[in-house]
Design a protein around this ligand. Structure first.
Ligand SMILES: *[C@@H]1O[C@H](CO)[C@@H](O)[C@H](O)[C@H]1NC(C)=O
Ligand SMILES: *[C@@H]1O[C@H](CO)[C@@H](O)[C@H](O)[C@H]1NC(C)=O
Ligand SMILES: *[C@@H]1O[C@H](CO)[C@@H](O)[C@H](O)[C@H]1NC(C)=O
Ligand SMILES: *[C@@H]1O[C@H](CO)[C@@H](O)[C@H](O)[C@H]1NC(C)=O
Ligand SMILES: *[C@@H]1O[C@H](CO)[C@@H](O)[C@H](O)[C@H]1NC(C)=O
Length: 470
C-alpha cells in the first residue's frame, strides 16, 4: 500500500493508476476480511475447542493455553487494521485536494472516492470497533502464568449485556461486606446458546419502559438462561392497579382481574381460566382458578387413599411445622390452607399459560418465581416441610430428579417433612422412582399407591428427614 500511495502522487490520479488503486484497495479489503475470518474460524469468538486446536496446535490448548500468542495475534490484527484505516483516509484526503482534476477526470474516480468512504472506511471502522470490543484475558504472573478472563464476556456484543456481566469492582478498591473485591452479576450459562433472544430481551432504552415481554423472559429462563440479567428499564403494570383485598378476604377470593396484565395470556380475565374452557391456555392444575374446587383440597376426604389431609400431616409433628416450600404449579391453595394453620408456605410459581404468580400474590401469599434449573435459594437445614404436587411426574429425567431430591434434602431440616403429593408415573417406572425416594432412608409416616387409569399409578408419601449428626 505504501508503494501505491507514492504512485498515487506521481501519477496524479491517472486513470490507469486509479484502476490499480481500485484493485489494490479490494485486495486490502480481502486481506483484512480474511484475517477477520481467520479469527472467526479460529474459534476466537466461538470458543470452540476443536477449531482452536487447529489454530494453536493441540499441545497448546491442552497443557498451557498460549494466551500470549493469542493476545499478540489479536494486537497484530488490530494494528494492521488501524494502519489500513489511516492509509485509506489519507488517500481520500489526497483526492479531496485534487478535486478539480477529479472532476475533470472521469466519473469512475468519483465513484472510487465514494467507494473508499462508503465501502472501505466504514466497514473497516466497524470491524475495527468489533475487534476492539473483544476483551482480552489478562495474563498475570511470571513463572506460573494464570489467565484472568471475565467469564462469557466475549460471547456477547450488545453493550448492555456486556456491562451487566462485567464484574463490578468495589469503589476505591475496598473489600465489601461479603469480603470480596468485586461483585459478579451472573447469568445462566445457556444464555450463550440463546444469544439472539437474549439480545432482543436486553435491547431497550435505559430508564424507559420495558417492552411487555415477560413471556420472552420466562421462555429464556425455562430454556436455561437462568438467572436472567437484570434490566434497567421500567416493568409495565396494569393500567389501574386496584388495592388488593384485605387478608381476611383475599385468601379464598378470586382476585380483581384488573390487577393482572393479560396481554400475554390466551385468556383476558379470570372467568376465562375456568377448567371448563378448552381454550384456557394452561394444562396443569385444571380448575385451580375455581375457588369452590380449591376449597376442598387437603381438608375433605377424597376417594383416593393418596390424598392426605393437612390436619393428619400436621398431627405427625404437632406445633413443629412453621415454615415450608410448596414446589408445584397452582394458585397457592396449599399455602392458603397452611396459613390458616399458622404455617408460612412459599409457593413456586411460573406463569405457564396463566397468571399463577400474580394470583398467588393477590391472595396474600408468597410466589417464588423459579424454574427447575436452579439450586433452591434456601440455606441447608432450614425448612420444616417441603410439599410437592402436580409438577413433577413421569416425564422427569431420573438424574435431574436425583439432583432435585438431594437439593430438597439439603434444605429440609432434620425432623422436617417431605410430602410427595400425587406423584404419578407409568406403572413400569414406579420401581425406579420408589428407589429414588427411598434412598434417603427417611422415616415413612405415610406411603400410598393408587391406580391412575390403565398404565399409570399415583404415589403419595410423607417422609421425615432423620437427624444427621456427623
Ligand atoms: C508453579 O506452580 C507449582 C505447582 O502449583 C509450584 O510447585 C511452583 O513452585 C510454581 N512456580 C512458581 C515460579 O511460582
Ligand atoms: C375483614 O376485616 C375487616 C377489618 O378488619 C372487616 O371490616 C371485614 O368485615 C372483614 N371481612 C370479612 C369477610 O370478614
Ligand atoms: C374423613 O374420614 C375419616 C376416617 O376415614 C373420618 O374420621 C372423618 O370424619 C372424615 N372427614 C370428613 C370431613 O368427612
Ligand atoms: C394461629 O395463630 C393465631 C394468633 O396467634 C391463633 O389465634 C390461632 O388459634 C392459631 N391457629 C391455629 C390453627 O393454630
Ligand atoms: C407405559 O409403559 C408401557 C411399557 O413400557 C407402554 O406400553 C405404555 O404406553 C406406557 N404408558 C404410558 C401412559 O406412558
Amino acid at each position: 500500500m505504501g508503494e501505491s500511495i507514492i504512485c498515487f502522487r506521481k501519477c496524479r490520479l491517472g486513470r490507469v493508476m486509479g484502476c490499480i488503486q481500485f484493485v489494490l484497495g479490494s485486495l486490502v479489503i480481502l486481506v483484512s476480511l480474511s484475517s477477520l475470518f481467520r479469527f472467526y474460524s479460529a474459534g476466537f469468538f466461538l470458543h470452540d475447542e476443536d477449531i482452536c486446536r487447529h489454530f494453536y496446535g493441540v499441545k497448546d490448548v491442552y497443557d498451557s493455553f498460549d494466551i500470549r500468542a493469542l493476545s499478540s495475534r489479536v494486537d497484530e490484527v488490530l494494528d494492521k487494521m488501524e494502519s489500513l484505516q489511516d492509509k485509506f483516509e489519507l488517500i481520500v484526503q489526497e483526492m479531496e485536494k485534487n478535486k478539480d482534476e477529479l472532476q475533470k477526470g472521469s466519473i469512475p474516480k468519483l465513484e472510487y472516492k465514494r467507494f473508499l468512504e462508503e465501502e472501505v472506511i466504514k466497514p473497516l471502522y466497524s470491524a475495527h470497533i468489533a475487534l476492539r470490543q473483544i476483551r482480552m484475558p489478562r495474563v498475570e504472573g511470571i513463572g506460573n502464568v494464570t489467565i484472568k478472563e471475565d467469564p462469557l464476556i466475549n460471547n456477547f456484543v450488545i453493550e448492555e449485556i456486556r456491562k451487566y456481566i462485567t464484574p463490578k469492582e468495589n469503589r476505591h478498591k475496598k473489600v465489601n461486606i461479603f469480603g470480596t473485591q468485586k461483585i459478579y452479576n451472573t447469568i445462566g450459562h445457556a444464555c450463550v446458546s440463546m444469544k439472539k433472544e437474549l439480545e432482543e430481551y436486553m435491547d431497550y432504552d435505559i430508564g424507559s419502559y420495558c417492552k411487555d415481554d415477560w413471556n420472552i423472559a420466562q421462555k429464556l429462563m425455562i430454556n436455561g438462561c437462568d438467572p436472567l440479567p437484570r434490566r434497567r428499564c421500567l416493568a409495565r403494570a396494569s393500567k389501574l392497579y386496584q388495592k388488593p383485598y384485605p387478608m381476611n378476604e383475599s385468601l379464598w377470593r378470586i382476585p380483581d382481574g384488573r390487577n393482572v396484565r393479560w396481554n400475554n395470556y390466551l385468556c383476558r380475565n379470570y372467568e376465562c381460566l375456568s377448567g371448563k374452557n378448552p381454550k384456557r391456555g394452561y394444562t396443569k392444575c385444571t380448575g385451580c382458578f375455581e375457588m369452590e374446587k380449591e376449597e376442598l383440597k387437603w381438608v375433605t376426604n377424597s376417594s383416593l387413599p393418596v390424598d392426605f389431609l393437612i390436619r393428619d400431616v400436621l398431627a405427625v409433628k404437632p406445633g413443629e411445622i412453621r415454615i415450608g416450600l410448596d414446589f408445584g404449579i397452582g394458585t397457592g391453595t396449599f399455602a392458603a390452607r397452611m396459613r390458616e394453620q399458622n404455617v408460612t408456605i412459599i409457593s413456586t410459581a411460573l406463569n405457564l399459560g396463566a397468571p399463577f404468580s400474580e394470583t398467588i400474590a393477590l391472595r396474600g401469599l408468597i410466589p417464588l418465581y423459579v424454574t427447575l434449573n436452579q439450586r433452591l435459594p434456601f440455606f441447608d437445614n432450614t425448612m420444616d416441610t417441603i410439599h410437592t404436587a402436580g409438577f413433577m411426574d413421569g416425564w422427569i429425567d431420573l438424574q435431574l430428579l436425583d439432583f432435585i431430591l438431594f437439593d430438597w434434602d439439603r434444605v429440609l431440616r432434620p425432623g422436617g417433612l417431605l410430602w410427595i403429593d400425587r406423584f404419578f408415573c407409568n406403572r413400569t417406572d414406579l420401581d425406579d422412582f420408589m428407589y429414588m425416594l427411598l434412598q434417603f432412608r427417611y422415616k415413612k409416616h405415610k406411603w400410598s399407591i393408587a391406580p391412575k387409569g390403565k398404565d399409570e399409578v399415583y404415589l403419595s408419601a410423607l417422609l421425615e428427614k432423620p437427624p444427621r449428626s456427623l
